[in-house]
Design a protein around this ligand. Sequence first.
Ligand code: SAM
Length: 264
Amino acid sequence: MSGFTRPAKKSLGQHFLHERGVVEKIILAVDPKPGDRLVEIGPGQGAMTFPLLDRHGRLTAIEFDRDLLEPLAAAARAHGELELIHSDVLDVDFTALAGGTPLRLVGNLPYNLSSPILFHALDHAAAIHDMHFMLQKEVVDRMAAGPGGKTYGRLSVMLQAWCEVTALFTVGPGAFRPPPRVDSAVVRLVPRPRASVGIADPAGFAAIVRDAFGQRRKTLRNALARCCDEAAIRAAGLDPQARAEQVPVAGFVRLANVAAAADP
Ligand code: SAM
């Protein structure tokens, strides 16, 4: 399906998609429009790259595996204009890459790097229009989870604070070569306009969320002893005896803003 094949490298999380139906569903979800600035993370053997080029005509792709660059560039010529960036995606400055036109990120991500890539994208949220990522289903479940359960955690709060998160569909291991050991899922992330997020101090917010879930069995009063006293927790409308997994995203935003106002 991709036009060329190479042995998969486990260390780079390579599981190549080979089910055309899944690729079509992803492209339908992305629904590229003329003028969109599409950027693919980890094009691999081009399973999504070439159909996206057929549909959109141009695409930037970031690939770390040097061995894939030449065959990708050669096979792409029949499909459209491919700009290949040879880099670790974590070293790519999305804000500079966007240069004023917000990016539409797409990728069947290397699962071992899912969280670092997601947090890296959050650092550049203002330069990103939206993201469509294939990830481990368990990670997508955590990203989209609401308060009150075991799957709700730091990833859920951080992503939902900055983005609208929608789990789209599940993909079984058989869609990939070699098949991963777990189910996968496609998720859509749309960064919220900065003003509507309402977080006064992003670094302080991130620190509070990290501490709150660092020891998730502890009460907020104990887990957050370093940053917030009981009065601050109450001022944010929260119960100091509650645990992090019971606090909605808006509660963490209020608490971070109370803490920021007390320690400007
Ligand atoms: N998109 C292809 C597909 O769906 O068949 C490949 C997906 S495979 C799960 C992940 C891809 O990300 C591989 O091509 C791998 O070489 C690439 N990759 C791994 N680590 C990377 C990194 N740090 N930066 C950029 N690409 C990376």
